[in-house]
Design a protein around this ligand. Structure first.
Ligand SMILES: [Zn+2]
Length: 199
């Protein structure tokens, strides 16, 4: 009987380093110390990703009569995000540590002790922190010029519903599909590509 070899557990660390060695996924801007929550797809990774997107697009859009595609802009009128509730509600409760200046999701903190530096009694009350990336259109950094990087692709579909309806000769029920990037300013990105800030 063949000797049984003990199966070695596949950890996330092993998976990350395998993906790097084989040219699938690299840490973003790694030679400058990297950037948390951002990943670069290498020569094989970009092919894999394209294959998946193409297969999805074929099955969901091209091979169906009741679906059409869309490619909306990442930047949208900020009223979109007010109407969707994202400006008001797309938030996580956050706690800051006055000692080490680090910030945590409230549900990662238990009691009075900082989970990073261990300081006691230095934690602030929980405050709501919006997860949308904010930037400015045009040269002036003022409140009227604020726009957000879209935190999801769905809103581009919703705001174009009438445009698509009147130009695509579809009758309800039909669907609109979109593939593209979205951005969330996650406080604690992690678990490899599964909780990233740009995805
Ligand atoms: Zn601390």
């Amino acid at each position: 009987m063949a000797e049984t070899t003990k199966p070695r557990p596949v950890t996330m660390d092993k998976l990350v380093s395998l993906c790097k060695r084989r040219g699938f996924i690299f840490q973003s801007s790694e030679i400058y110390g990297g950037l948390g929550g951002a990943w670069d797809y290498g020569p094989l990774g970009v092919e894999l990703k394209r294959n998946i997107k193409d297969a999805w697009w074929r099955a969901i859009v091209q091979e169906r009569d009741d679906m059409v595609g869309l490619d909306a802009a990442i930047l949208m009128n900020p009223r979109t995000w007010e109407a969707s509730g994202h400006v008001q509600h797309f938030t996580d409760p956050m706690i800051d540590c006055r000692a080490c200046k680090r910030r945590f999701r409230a549900d990662d903190v238990e009691g009075e002790t900082c989970p990073s530096c261990g300081a006691k009694g230095q934690l602030t009350e929980a405050r709501m922190f919006n997860l949308m990336f904010k930037t400015f259109v045009g040269p002036v950094e003022e409140e009227a010029a604020v726009v957000y990087l879209r935190p999801e692709t769905a809103q581009g579909i919703f705001v174009n519903f009438q445009n698509v309806l009147t130009t695509s000769r579809k009758k309800l029920p039909f669907g609109i599909a979109q593939v593209g990037k979205a951005f969330r300013n996650e406080i604690t990105p992690g678990n490899f590509t599964f909780r990233s800030r740009e995805f």
